[in-house]
Design a protein around this ligand. Sequence first.
Ligand code: HEM
Length: 264
Amino acid sequence: MEFVGLVKELSGGVISRLLGVRDNAPGRLPDNELFNLGTSITSLVRLGRPRLAAPQVAKARSAVEILAGPVRHAYRSDDASTFPGRLRVLGLSEDEAVGIVSAFVIAGTETLVSYVPRLAALLFDDGRLPGLAADRSGLPDAVNEGLRYTAPSPMMLREATAAGRLGGVRIRAGDRILLSTVHAVKSLGGFDPGTPIPAAARQLWFGAGAHFCIGMPLAMAEINCALTVLLDEYSRRPWHIRSRAVSRNVLIPHYKALELARAN
Ligand code: HEM
């Protein structure tokens, strides 16, 4: 079984249903393609360059327009129970609704497609699957430690609105600031679910303050659900990782493929 493709389908399916894109909506993309659409946009981002060039903007716009069809359809219909319909009732414009839905698709697929297979591989490589499959009490610590160790949203980007100093560094208005979550949390050490995470670092991988991840409860539900299935399968008949391939030149590190197979 190829696991990365399965997580693409899970996260894409959850997000399109959450966003009210009906299964029969005109132009609706297959669930597993939402991830590819998201990465085609985020791959345009360069950490050191705060602006996109005109051809990049055109590329991102055409990717968003692929998604936009079903969103515009839901927005224009009388049905206020869908996410785009609710945004209309709240007074947001159609283009704003398309933008918000795109942000959810990107945030809600790339992080999970990165994290869930990486966690499965970490637990397998570390020999932790038999113990966890037999006793699930360690699952919350394993999930949190995996989030700390992999930091699926590794950087947060900001633009300084005014000049000032931050941690002794002089900042000018308009400077791009990279908040490197991955450096902050990885410096705490290697993957070990038995070591408590210091309170100051807890949940930093979901951000902090006004932009704290709005999808955290959903993300945790999807992670726990996927892990429970993997552990149940392991209890029935142990599996191992037959082969793996890593994606190169991507913003968020992830496996391109993770092939799981039953032991003979
Ligand atoms: C393991 C999974 C996830 C991780 C590690 C993660 C991490 C983050 C982080 C660090 C931020 C803050 C970004 C910043 O301050 O610049 C954020 C924001 C956000 N996340 Fe997540 N996220 C995950 C899953 C999800 C899911 C499943 C959804 C969709 C429901 C989602 C939707 C969002 C949205 C919409 C924001 C922007 C919030 C705002 O700016 O107010 N995330 N996420």
